[in-house]
Design a protein around this ligand. Structure first.
Ligand SMILES: Nc1nc2c(c(=O)[nH]1)N[C@H]1C(S)=C(S)[C@@H](COP(=O)(O)OP(=O)(O)OC[C@H]3O[C@@H](n4cnc5c(N)ncnc54)[C@H](O)[C@@H]3O)O[C@H]1N2
Ligand code: MOO
Length: 304
């Protein structure tokens, strides 16, 4: 592990003798000095995709909340299947999803039922309509059903009290559905990491503007912003282009340091006297890990 070096006005030269390391090692070193964001916020489920869960979440209700039919067909009681079939049973009621059936049933009565409808107490199987023959007010069933067939029992998917998700997990669409299934409207997540972006270079020009002599369009900015905008737990603060003047850079870094958790800068970290980024960073009392990364065309990046 290379030790962090204190910054001085000459620090911009410090990388010159540093060892060149791989992209993976450089990334690991940058991650090693990172601190975890602790502040949290509540966000609506609809806006929570990709956010990081702040705390463990436990089920508050069973899912499904009640025994319900997995098929359109007939709810039956096994006690009505005495002897050998076929059995002719009369239809004593009808229930669709979203309804309740409060009535009583005589023995030998079945219930016309639809997918998602609650299975009343006492019924222990649902026979698909395709496996029944309906005649007026009766159904003929030829095969004795298995107990529980085509019934989704309360709590089969989630039990109240189960740990559903752990702190630190990312909220995928499927996990969000799990929380919605518990009736949650919002969820506590870690606040977004604020990533500042500063493009350094007197020679840089914004795309869309005429290119002056010696100028080059700022292509890194749009690339980095596009990459960061795909990160749902990050927020981008774009400070635009800052010219290669030490005071201007120090001012921009000072502003950004107050507002950001991470600052991404491009340019100005080479070894010439026009490269002021490292020394301007030093003005804010930081320490610096010099990371010379084995990549082309830019081999110089810094993390601190
Ligand atoms: N006799 C037969 N019955 C069924 C058959 C079959 O071949 N023969 N196929 C089964 C299959 S497979 C499916 S899938 C379902 C499709 O039925 P529907 O499209 O009518 O779906 P629903 O009954 O409306 O819902 C099914 C289930 O999911 C619950 N649900 C619905 N919407 C939501 C939502 N937005 N969020 C949460 N949960 C929802 C609903 O309450 C039901 O429990 O048909 C079978 N039946
Ligand atoms: O075949 Mo249904 O449409 O998935 O469960």
């Amino acid at each position: 592990m290379e030790t962090a070096i204190a910054l001085t006005n000459e620090t911009c030269q410090a990388g010159a003798s540093g060892r060149v390391i791989s992209v993976d090692i450089a990334a690991a070193k940058a991650v090693a000095i990172a601190r975890t964001v602790r502040e949290t916020e509540h966000v609506p489920l609809m806006a929570a995709r990709g956010r990081i869960l702040a705390r463990d979440l436990f089920g508050s209700i069973d899912l499904p909340p009640f025994d319900n039919s997995a098929m359109d067909g007939y709810a039956v009681r096994l006690a009505d299947f005495a002897g050998t079939g076929p059995w002719a049973l009369s239809v004593g009621g009808r229930i669709a999803a979203g309804e309740l059936h409060a009535g009583q049933f005589a023995s030998n009565e079945v219930l016309r039922i639809f997918t998602g409808a609650p299975v009343p107490g006492g019924f222990d199987a649902v026979i698909m309509q395709e496996h029944c023959e309906r005649t007026n007010n009766a159904v003929v069933i030829t095969t004795r059903p298995r107990r529980g067939i085509n019934i989704r029992y309360a709590g089969e998917d989630v039990r109240a009290g189960d740990r559903l998700l752990a702190a630190g997990e990312q909220l995928t669409p499927q996990r969000l559905a799990l929380l919605a299934g518990q009736g949650l409207a919002e969820v506590e997540v870690l606040r977004k990491i604020r990533i500042g972006l500063i493009s350094t270079g007197t020679e840089l020009q914004q795309p869309g503007e005429p290119l002056g002599p010696g100028q080059i369009y700022n292509s890194n900015r749009v690339m980095i912003r596009a990459m960061l905008s795909a990160v749902p737990w990050a927020e981008i603060l774009d400070y635009g282009i800052v010219p290669d003047r030490r005071e201007a850079l120090a001012q921009a870094f000072g502003d950004a340091a107050c507002a950001c958790d991470v600052l991404v800068t491009t340019g100005g970290v080479s070894a010439g006297e026009e490269d002021h980024v490292v020394s301007a960073l030093g003005q804010h009392g930081g320490t610096l890990d010099v990371l010379k990364v084995a990549m082309r065309p830019e081999s110089r990046s810094r993390s601190g």
